[in-house]
Design a protein around this ligand. Structure first.
Ligand code: SF4
Length: 241
């Protein structure tokens, strides 16, 4: 099976399991999505969705967010990981949007990546989820699964992004990155498990990986001296009968 054929079969399975994957971060426009994605680094989506309603009630636009300032932003987001750095970045990027981008989020990778706290993955999420432009945001979960499924060699997140883009058609990227995230969250337990039971790894992973990662069969407990003696006595009685 070629990599492309493999990718096609994976796509069909994911389409079956998650036909319409929703965007997990609540937002109403590109700016609120950008802020939610910045907040989601090292923080669960649920946590972000808990803090953003109050934050966006206080400031829904770059102008209002810049005015709110670092200290007040921090008060709204303090339960998120890395809150002090995120508060600074959110205030600074809002100010830059006002000064350089006419108060709008640019639909341009380079411009997005120039904003404080916005890396390649965050920019990719905004490009595809806010503007519908083909991008394939790769986080550590997608990176790990792409390697397990044999779609990438797993050397770096950047390489995984290139590999996935080369085997999946561009019109599927936006949906696929969400489908893989949901599949990973719902189906992939962190601990050792039997890859032969999985709808994808059972045929996509290498035999070596399936062998190495599946739980080993439990070894029979070794007979103790007493158990050995009891066994011998039982055999003797059986012989005498
Ligand atoms: S075998 Fe496990 S890790 Fe691999 S895709 Fe299936 S559930 Fe996820």
């Amino acid at each position: 099976m070629t990599k492309r054929e493999k990718a096609e079969r994976i796509r069909e399975i994911l389409d079956e399991i998650h036909p319409e994957p929703p965007i997990p971060l609540d937002h109403v426009d590109p700016f609120t999505l950008l802020i939610a994605v910045v907040l989601s680094a090292q923080t669960t989506d649920d946590r972000v969705n808990k803090v953003t309603p109050a934050l966006f009630d206080a400031a829904r636009t770059p102008q209002a967010m810049a005015k709110l300032g670092v200290a007040k932003i921090h008060r709204f987001i303090r339960t998120c990981g890395l809150a002090p750095a995120k508060a600074k970045n959110i205030a600074a990027l809002s100010q830059i949007l006002v000064e350089r981008f006419d108060g709008k989020v640019p639909a341009d990778m380079e411009a997005l990546e120039s904003l404080p706290g916005v890396g390649h993955k965050t920019a990719s999420v905004v490009m595809c989820q806010a503007f519908g432009k083909p991008a394939f945001p790769v986080d550590t979960h997608i990176h790990r699964l792409a390697a397990r499924w044999g779609l990438s060699n797993g050397r770096s997140v950047e390489q995984t992004e290139r590999d996935l883009k080369s085997v999946f058609p561009p019109e599927s990227w936006i949906r696929l990155h969400l489908q893989i995230i949901y599949f990973g969250r719902q189906c992939c337990p962190a601990l050792r498990h039997d890859l032969r039971q999985c709808r994808i790894c059972s045929w996509a992973a290498t035999a070596k990986r399936i062998r190495e990662e599946s739980p080993k069969p439990k070894a029979m407990p070794k007979a103790t001296g007493k158990a050995k003696a009891t066994g011998r006595a039982r055999a003797k009685r059986a012989g005498a009968a």
